[in-house]
Every structure is written in C-alpha cells, then in structure tokens.
Write a new protein. Sequence first.
Lengths: 395, 68
Amino acid sequence: MSRAGTVIVGGGLAAQRVAEGLRRRGYEDPVRIVCGEPEPPYDRPPLSKELLAGTVGEAEVAYRPAGWYEENEVELLLGAWAEELDAGRRRVGLDSGASLPYENLVIATGGEPRRLRFLAGANVHELRTLADLRRLRSALVAGSRLAIVGAGFIGQEVAATARALGVEVTVVEALPVPLEPIVGPRLGRWFADMHREEGVRIIAGAALESARGSGDRIEELVLADGRRVECDAVLVGIGTVPATGWLEGSGLGNGGVPVDAGGRAALPGVFAAGDACLGFEPRRRTHLRTEHWDAAAWQGAAVAKAILGEEPGRPPLPSFWSDQYGVRVQCVGHPQLADGVAVEGDPAGRDFQALLSRGGVPVAGLAVGRPRAIPAFRKQIEGAVPALQPEKEAA
Amino acid sequence: MSHKAIVDPAECSAHGDCVDIAPTVFRLDDTAVVIGTDTPELMIEAAEACPAVAISIVDEASGETVFP
C-alpha cells in the first residue's frame, strides 16, 4: 500500500513553506496541498499594495513557477476545500466528497475576514484573496469615494494605495486612536496624522450603526451620532478570525489551533502553522496568534522540520512591516505589552525610530524609513527577555 | 560543503530579516549585501525569511541552487 504522506490544508505562505521544507530535507512520501483558492500558493502582502496599485501583476506574486510543483512532486488540489477532520481515522473530508488519508496533517487554512452583517452588497469589499483584489481594484476609479471600515493595517494600506489612484477616502474607526492597542496612543496618532496629511478623512471613535443604499449597493454609512459617510464602495478591514470552522467536532476547537514551537497540535500527526494557529511564544510563555507574514513563514518551515524529527529551535521575535505612501514601517517584538515609548528622529518627516518598553524594559521597536534600525532593536529586545514577565502560564 | 549567498538587489527591499538571522553572512546597506558565509542551514534559514525572496543559496561544490 502506498503511504498516505503529508496533507497540507490551506494554500498560503505557511503551506508553501511546509512543502518546500519537506522536499528540501529529502522527505519522499506524498505531499498534497488542499489549496482552497483556484490559484497555486501566492504572496498576500502585495494585495493591498503593489497589486492593488497595479505596479505588480498577478503572475509575479506566485511563490513558485507552475512547473515547480510537478518537479517536486507536490500535488496541488486547486479549488478544493476541507470540510471535515476525522482525527481518529486520520482522514480529511473535502467539499468534493473525497476523503484524503494522512500520516501528517498540517492545518494552514489561515484567517478569514471578520464581517458585519449589515454591510453586504455588490460594492462591499474585503481583501484577503486575489478574487477580492480583482473586485476591489475595478472599484478604485479616480474621483470615486471609498469608505473604509477599520483603520488597521489593511485599511491603512488600502487607503494609501487608493489615494495614489486618486480616490477620495474616508476611514471609519471604532477606536479613538487607530492601532492604539498595538502601538500605543502616540504612534497610533502618528499613523492617523500621516493619513490626514495625505488627504484621507479619518473618523476615529466612531460607532458604525447601519448602512443605507438602494438595490444591492451601499450608498452611505450611518454613524451612531448621526453623521453619514457617502460612498461608491466600501472596504471592510476589521481583522480576521482563524479559518478553522471546518475543524468543528475534531477536538481542536474553532478559535485557532494551539501548537508548540514545532507546530505540533494536541492530536497525533496533526500540525498547524500560520494564521490558523496559536503559536507558542517562549518569551511570554503563552500561545499567540500573530497574523504576520514572518510568523507564517517561520512556522511553516518549523513544521517541516518537526515532521522529519528535527528540532525547529526557538521562534524569532514577532515582526511585521507595512508600506504606506512610499514609506516602510517595520516593527519587531511585542508592542502590545508596552507602557512607554522613546522616539528618536523626525516623525513629521517620516524618518524615525521608536523603542517601546514596559516598566523600562525594551519590548518592541518600530522603525519608519529606517530598515537598518531593526536588527539592533532585535538584539536589544532579545537581550531584555529574562526581565519580561509572563502574563499568564501556558495552558 | 561551502555555500554562497546571492542577493538580487532588484528584489531586495531592505527588510533586514536576513541580517537578523545571519549577521555573519549579510549586512544591510541600501540593500542587503553578502559579507561572508556560514552553515548551509543558517544561510537557508535567512533566505527563507526574506519576504522579497531576494536571496538564493548556491552549493559551490556542485553549482546547484539549494534555495529557492
């Protein structure tokens, strides 16, 4: 009987890195990727930036040329969705009715956008996939009005790209200061100021109450204080939840899969990586959903090692980047923990770095237009780790 | 056994992840530049971490590209 090998569910970065890592390390059993989307694995960060701006084409964001999968005997099940996990029999049920046996299962289904029930219609968008991108791009016509719900990174990046395309942008944000829970009030205000300077209208501390329109189109958003935001299109960017609904009944729950540093879940032969998992952060002795490109890449590679019995090592500090108005923002560490910030440089000139600390201990660094600051931040924060108090013990 | 890292300056966008992972191999100027060599494992880890996929790793003995 042929071996069941490894089934990877989800076709994003983490999935790609598992497949690559297995083949590079000489894994000879079958590797299958249940892609979900109709495209082979591709890079998502450009969705809100270069792809939306039109400076990069879809063909350029594929992780590998089409021939790579055949050469490496990685089977892509394009457009196939997992619907059920039977961990006892080690099988994954697909929407086609097929059932795939596995020796190792990797849950890499990523995240799916949070939605608002009253915001639905032909001109309401989210941005997570190439299909979303194609719709949104055709809506961003110069002179049109885009309302963005949520001033997180997706909302901010789309706002920046849309401004460059000549679109009038209004951002509605529930928090008084955008990104405050992540980077604190001072840096959050810096982000808001940058967008205002670029002509974006930001309504912060806004309670979105309803939407009005005609037919299947939304024409205005209505805030609790009576203010209205007229729009031709709406983008909803209010975060994501782990795409783990298909695991219901499997024993893994539906809120993201907790894993150890090697991506091992609580069931035999089951691993998870990327936005669908809650990775273990040894510095804080807790499981965290990081939702960053860097984490998905590392976790995917770590799962490949773990499947082959290698030690994946210690995960690097979380890090992420954002590109807006031609400026790169980079962050490393755990900014959510900070109670203080020291800024050096010229925030108004979009050229500065900020060291975030908790009780005087460095916990994160943020650099704007200064990529070279990041390695030094990383050293400084890693060096301070023994002083970091765990906020809770791991379950 | 020796491996060589190559940075494509047209692709590199100075994230600096490679410098974090392998400071013996990379330095950050306007883009990442190669300054040395290290174990194949560390060099591949640095290449894997590059968000721009700008780093390739070549096995000098065989001339084979081991990453990407």
